[in-house]
Design a binder for this molecule. Structure first.
Ligand code: ZN
Length: 475
């Protein structure tokens, strides 16, 4: 078996997208399956992407006034019963610890599926006066939701995420926070992940269990399906009342606070893979790519070649570029395949003739173009090119998505659209019955309201439309 056949081991992206996804996540070393069904091991190459995501998001959270903290993994089971919708929504997914220390526990403990309840119980202790508000806390943590069918990054029983939990004196302020963080996510998704997203409010059916309103951001994957890439919830006073989070206001009156919560998870890595990847494997945007540039020496045993490669590596490192020099004894062709599959944005090819001419060839993973660059000031050229790649990836993802958004007048149109891998905008009367019918007949769900768009009639029942909704099949 020749190593040159490496790429052929990935299923054809156009023939079998799900298998392509599985092949890519496993063969590029992003994850492996854990011994317990439904769990994943995030391997160093995948975890490095998560670290870059964390770094970028954390910077944005701090900039908007949030502080990090850490809350316990275990939550008293009775906490979930305090908010009726919340318990109903999460009950089927909660893993419960019944035994510990060799005996049965007097009260079972839940492994957090999310932390609104434990934040609520602590906030009721910490918040006394209007002077204590707002409280703006984020935590980076793992959570557990027992899922029946699982796929690495997209749906696993345990995953990593961040959850912001804030408390405010007024409804207006809490709503403002909910929308502010949604916009932070959107800016991050577009500028760091190069994924254009559509943000908007979710329907009652699709909202978070316990929220007054949920806002989501939806990203289009290469198969035309939607992936919910992040959510921000306005919780009103639901959790404040359940956990008795009250404060003495300036007017001397005891009032309940208003809360918000918002989160993104390791699902974002799944989004990256499916929004950008191609028949050769991953294509990673430079901002989050663990390796931004790989140097592949040509005829590396010839005198001077490796030395020059090392010199370039040092210069790039000094310029804060994440760079690898592949000086293993595999053939250049094999190295090309491997690093292309791993989605490294740029590859520098350097051989004796290039060195003599004072030039290097740079290959762009996103466009597959090869361009010659002078070895003088190469680090500067590379930095500029990484910026260009980042911007171009967003642009082309946006064009791809915009070409696949369509409008529907009736349910047949919705079905036709989603069968052809499109996001379908359609009028909706606002009733649950019509929303359920769309799901039953097309396997598409209401993703978010299309903000600022007004439809005349409901595509399902023909009555007056209350909203324009984006329907899509979703992960
Ligand atoms: Zn209707």
């Amino acid at each position: 078996m020749g190593k040159e056949n490496f790429v052929e081991q990935i299923a054809d992206i156009n023939q079998d997208f799900p298998q392509w996804y599985t092949d890519v996540v496993i063969k590029t070393g992003l994850v492996d399956y854990g011994p317990v069904k439904g769990t994943m091991v995030i391997r160093p190459y995948g975890y490095a992407i998560w670290e870059n995501i964390q770094k970028e998001l954390d910077k944005r959270f701090k900039r908007t006034g949030h502080k990090n903290a850490y809350f316990p993994l275990l939550i008293p089971m009775n906490f979930f019963t305090k908010e009726a919708e919340h318990v109903e929504g999460f009950a089927p997914e909660v893993a419960v610890v019944t035994h510990a220390g060799g005996e049965e526990l007097a009260e079972p403990l839940a492994i957090r599926p999310t932390s609104e309840t434990i934040f609520g119980s602590m906030y009721s202790k910490w918040i006394q006066s209007y002077r204590d508000l707002p409280v703006l806390i984020n935590q980076w943590a793992n959570v557990m939701r027992w899922e029946k069918t699982t796929r690495p990054f997209l749906r696993t029983s345990e995953f990593l995420w961040q959850e912001g939990h804030t408390a405010h004196a007024t409804e207006k302020e809490a709503l403002k926070e909910t929308k502010k963080m949604l916009n932070v996510y959107k800016e991050f998704a577009e500028n760091c992940l190069a994924i254009p997203v559509i943000t908007g409010r979710k329907t009652e059916k699709e909202k978070f269990a316990g929220a007054v309103a949920t806002f989501g951001m939806e990203a289009m994957m290469k198969d035309g399906k939607s992936l919910q890439a992040g959510t921000s919830h306005y919780l009103g006073q639901n959790f404040a009342k359940a956990f008795d989070i009250k404060f003495l206001d300036k007017d001397g009156v005891q009032k309940y606070v208003y809360t918000s919560s918002w989160g993104v998870s390791t699902r974002l890595i799944g989004a990256l893979i499916m929004a950008h990847g191609d028949e050769r494997g991953l294509i990673l945007p430079p901002v989050v790519a663990p390796v931004q540039v790989v140097i592949v020496p040509i005829a590396q045993k010839k005198p001077g070649v490796l030395e020059e490669c090392k010199k370039i590596k040092r210069a790039l490192k000094n310029a804060k570029v994440r760079v690898e020099l592949d000086d293993t004894d595999s053939t250049p062709g094999w190295k090309y395949n491997e690093w292309e599959m791993k989605g490294v944005p740029l590859r520098i090819e350097l051989g004796p003739r290039d060195i003599e001419a004072g030039k290097a060839l740079i290959f762009r993973r996103d466009t597959q173009e090869k361009v010659e660059y002078s070895l003088d000031n190469l680090a500067k050229s590379v930095k500029q090119l990484l910026k260009t790649v980042q911007q171009d990836m967003l642009k082309s993802a946006r064009v791809r998505r915009d070409n696949r958004i369509t409008y529907a007048q009736d349910i047949q149109d919705i079905l036709y659209g989603v069968e052809n891998g499109k996001f379908v905008k359609a009028g909706w009367c606002g009733c649950r019955e019509c929303e359920d019918r769309v799901k039953a007949e097309t396997a598409a769900t209401a993703r978010v309201y299309a903000e600022g768009e007004q439809s005349e009639t409901c595509a399902v029942c023909g009555r007056k439309a209350e909203h324009t909704v984006i329907f899509a099949r979703a992960y």
